[in-house]
Structures are given as C-alpha cells and as structure tokens.
Design a protein around this ligand. Structure first.
Ligand code: SAH
Ligand code: SF4
Length: 358
C-alpha cells in the first residue's frame, strides 16, 4: 500500500523534494497547495514545471504517495443545520466519524483519533464498539480537510478556527500520530488552526498528560473525569484501574503548575451515579489548587448503556455547589443529538437514534 502524502510533516516533505533536486520554495508551494484554504495562485498551472513533473511521477494511485481522501459514506445534519456529521470510509474499509459544528461565527471540527476505542467507558458508543485500530496522521488531517471543504460549500467566507480531539477514540493512546497531525493542522503556512484553538480530550492516559507537560505542547487539555473517588470513577471508566484517580490528579496538578494553563474537566452527568451533592463537594475538594473549569455534559443515549441523564434540577444543583466552592462550571450545549453526533454517540455506523428530548 502506498503512503498518503498527508502522512508527511513539512520537514519530511522538504527532505523528499530536496532528494529529488527540488528547491526549498517548492516545498512551500506544494504545502500550500495541499493545505492552504486558498491553495496556490493559478492552481496547478501556477506551480513550477519541475514540481509539476515530480507530482506527476510521485503522486497518485499506484505511485509512491497517494493524494487520497477518505470516501464520504454519508453526511447527516441536525434539524437546526448547525451540526453535520460525516461518515468517512478509510482505505481498509474502517468507517470513522467527523463532526462539524457551527455556532454563530464559530466553527469547530470534532476529529477522531482511532477507529473504535480500547478504553471501554461504559456509557460511550465508541467504547461499546471496542478497538479496531489507530488512525494514521494523514487520516486525522484528512478529516479536517473534508470538514473545511464542506464548510466552504455552505459558508464560503467562514473560517474553520477551532478543533477538538473529541471524536472516536482516545487521542493520547495514539499520541504520536495525533501530535504529528496537529503539527500539520496548526501550521500557519497551510491549514493554520491556531494551537490555542485546539483541545485534546483524554480519558486520563497519565503518560500522555506527562508528555504534554514536559514538551510544553501549545494545545488545550480536557480531562474526562466522571468520578470523584476511585470507586465511582472505575465503575464508569475501567481504565481508571490502570491510571488511578490519585495518579491522574497529580499529573493534572503538575500540568497546570508547569504550563500555567487551565484544564477543562469533562463530567458526564448520570442519574444516581455521579450527580449527588456529596459527589459535587468531593469533586471540588479533588480539584482544589488546580486551575480547573468543569464542563458538565448531560448523558447522551447510547444503545449499550441503560443509565439515564440526571434530572435538570440535580444538574443545576451540582453546578451551583461547584461554583459556590470556587470551581468555574458550565453545561455543554446539546449539539447534534438528533443525528447521533453528540458526545459519546459516535460509533462509525449511521445510527439512527430517536430525537432526544432535553
Ligand atoms: N476519548 C476522549 C475523547 C472522546 S470522548 C475522552 O474520553 O475524553 C469526548 C467526551 O464525550 C468525553 O468527555 C466523554 O466522556 C464524553 N462522552 C462519552 N460518551 C458520552 C455520552 N453517552 N454522553 C455524554 N458524554 C459522553
Ligand atoms: Fe474512548 Fe473517550 Fe469513549 Fe472513553 S469516552 S470509550 S476514552 S472515546
């Protein structure tokens, strides 16, 4: 199988072109053609003949590198038209999902890092399907290119400015490919989504958080917590047995202290599981001294989990307690629930879930 050109970093592309005797500006031109929203002036004919000849010999089906994009199996949009979910089929037949969300002038793409997920969170559709494989760097980048193409189809002037690694899979379980892809995606010479507008969401893969800390990576961090003590968390997030809550909290504390950045803690509210006033107080104590913001997500329905979302009053009380105890806390908006594009509803089949009445 030939490699995708989208798997190459700028430096790797530069090395490849220089081996072929092409100049430094050729890398810039090709990079711009591959990634910049405006492409290159004059399109392909605007490129130097030597670069065009190299592209003709090297890029395409059966050649050294493919310029392939995933096949779009389906595109569905929510009733309000603000959320679009794409089902994308990869070369080996795996189907992944990417979600494009619009809110006023703010457009965000939600990107998958794996086909399936190995972490097994009980309430998550991706966790329920199990793990198939890691995505390659180019497969992560291609999702952003596709979302941007669609955005420009219906809003030609809009810019895709925000990215969340909150699609299928656990990004820090596939950290090398994810970081390489984010490097490409945030490169100003191409796609140019600012690093501070990119958020990596993790279920709590401690070595991955440590790497983000040590390498001072410029992205935002969200940590899915869901439990205020080991027992409560492990019932929902089995991977907590591998990286227990105290280790995770330590890694988070270290992250905020060393980077000076805040962490978003995601909390899926499940009735009778993690929505009591006592839990809220324990959570506030747990986060004491950590620069934190808690994001409450009412549970979205999935086929493999019978739990239900917390009643609105319980959620409001939970929020009020955290705020009183000095922890900023907001609710995440309902987004794309009617097309199964909400948090944790992605599972690579065009699932038709009845409209959720909030
Ligand atoms: N694997 C990463 C990122 C993908 S999941 C992580 O777990 O953080 C994105 C967010 O959706 C996580 O916070 C996850 O806990 C949440 N989520 C999963 N299933 C959900 C569901 N059924 N309802 C609401 N939120 C859910
Ligand atoms: Fe994986 Fe995140 Fe779903 Fe847990 S919530 S199973 S880590 S995708």
């Amino acid at each position: 199988m030939s490699r995708s050109i989208y798997d190459l970093s700028y430096r790797e592309l530069e090395a490849l072109l220089s081996e072929a005797g092409l100049s430094v500006p050729s890398t810039r031109d090709l990079w711009r053609m591959l990634y910049h929203p405006k492409g290159v002036k004059g399109g392909l004919t605007g490129l130097p003949p030597s670069l065009r000849a190299w592209m003709h010999d090297t890029l395409g089906e059966g050649k050294a590198f493919e310029l392939n994009s995933p096949e779009v199996v389906d595109e569905v949009h929510s009733e309000d038209g603000q959320t679009r979910k794409f089902l994308l089929k990869l070369q080996d037949g795996q189907v992944i999902e990417t979600v494009l969300m619009g809110y006023r002038n703010r457009h965000t793409v939600c990107v998958s890092s794996q086909a399936g997920c190995a972490m097994g969170c009980v309430f998550c559709a991706t966790g329920q399907m199990g793990f198939s494989r890691h995505l390659r760097c180019g497969e992560i980048v291609a999702q952003v290119l596709h979302a941007r193409k669609v955005l420009h189809r219906y809003a030609p002037e809009a810019r895709l400015r925000n990215l969340v690694m909150m699609g299928m899979g656990e990004p820090l379980h596939n950290i090398d490919a994810v970081l390489k892809a984010l490097d490409i995606i945030s490169d100003e010479r191409g796609i140019g989504i600012g690093p501070s507008k990119i958020t990596i969401s993790t279920v709590g893969v401690v070595p991955g958080i440590e790497r983000l800390t040590n390498e001072r990576l410029p992205y935002g961090l969200a940590v899915s917590l869901h439990g205020s003590c080991e027992e409560e968390r492990a019932a929902l997030v089995p991977i907590s047995k591998r990286w227990p809550l105290d280790l995770l909290i330590e890694a988070c504390r270290d992250y905020t202290q060393q980077t000076g950045k805040r962490i978003f803690f995601e909390w899926t509210l499940i009735s009778g599981q993690n929505d009591s006033p006592d839990t809220a107080r324990r959570l506030a104590a747990l986060l004491d001294g950590i620069e934190a913001h808690v994001n409450l997500i009412p549970l979205n329905p999935t086929q493999g989990y019978t739990g239900s979302s917390s009643p609105t009053d319980a959620g409001r009380e939970f929020q009020a307690i955290l705020r009183e105890l000095g922890i900023p806390c907001t609710f995440r908006q309902y987004r794309g629930i009617d097309v199964a594009a909400g948090c944790g509803m992605l599972k690579g089949v065009n699932a038709c879930i009845p409209k959720y009445s909030a």
